[in-house]
Design a protein around this ligand. Structure first.
Ligand code: MG
Length: 272
């Protein structure tokens, strides 16, 4: 999501809200768990399906059919006018690429972002995959971005501060010579795709909002091979690196628990 400075959204009567952030009930978490499993399933389907010569629109169609087959609704289609079910962002594109006639080629770095709704509750996830065989530089960028996400997830528990999560992502990525995107951030998720709070991929340990049991966030490191600055393409959606360098993106929807986190977008029984 775009980083916007704004006060916490109005809290709705009768719902538990802490510091402007909704706390999910067990029933709401169950809906989100189901939405998360749909997202995990379609991202797995995309990873298995993407191959040189495919149009990005074909990937989109595949997911639209699969989300419906699984009894859920696509979260992105029509969101603020977004015209597709998934975002497909290739090479120097960071996020929000619109599927269309573009064909993916061997060696491309493709970020795939999908969201699903079950009983009014959202889940959001993303992966970056190489098409066919990719270079060592591309592979290393994918690996560091996924590892940054896992490090942040590993810190999630009641009492963790948002700065702790951002620092985990930033210190790993920058320590290896990459940069993290500043202008787009992770977010709370639940009854809406984007809720409070913002979850930046940079920060200072011990600073920022304290997360509590029952909050659900989407953590989504966006890591660039070059500088952190971004630019927006003429379609008003596709975000690219300002210097044209490669970018990777991974995202999980994570429920904060007493002593750890439940990764809602991790396929049940699989370690990723
Ligand atoms: Mg997201």
């Amino acid at each position: 999501m775009r980083l916007i400075n704004r006060t916490a959204e109005a809290q709705e009567r009768g719902r538990t809200v802490v510091a402007g952030i909704p706390i999910k009930s067990p029933r709401e978490l169950e809906y989100m768990r189901q939405a998360g499993q749909v997202v995990a399933a379609v991202l797995g389907l995309l990873e298995r399906s993407v191959e040189p010569g495919m149009r990005t629109r074909d990937l989109d169609t595949l997911v639209r059919q699969e989300i419906r087959r699984l009894g859920a609704k696509p979260a992105f289609l029509g969101y603020k006018g977004f015209p597709a079910t998934i975002c497909v962002s290739i090479n120097n594109e960071i996020v929000h690429g619109i599927p269309g006639d573009r064909v993916v080629r061997k060696g491309d770095l493709v970020s795939l972002d999908a969201g699903a709704i079950v009983s009014g509750f959202y889940a959001d996830g993303a992966i970056t995959v190489g098409v066919g065989s990719i270079g060592r530089e591309e592979r290393a960028l994918i690996d560091v971005t996924r590892e940054a996400l896992e490090r942040a997830v590993a810190l999630c528990r009641d009492g963790v501060r948002i700065g702790d999560l951002g620092h985990a992502v930033q210190s790993l990525a920058e320590g290896r010579g990459y940069s993290v995107v500043r202008e787009y951030v992770g977010h709370g998720v639940g009854r809406a795709l984007h809720e409070e709070p913002s979850i930046p991929n940079f920060g200072t340990p011990g600073m920022g909002v304290t997360l509590r049991k029952g909050m659900v966030i989407a953590i989504e490191p966006m890591v660039n091979l070059g500088g952190w600055r971004t630019a927006l393409m003429d379609d008003d959606w596709t975000v690219v690196t300002a210097d044209g360098s490669l970018s990777a993106h991974f995202e999980h929807t994570v429920a904060i628990g007493e002593d750890g986190a439940e990764v809602l977008t991790r396929l049940n029984g699989e370690g990723r």
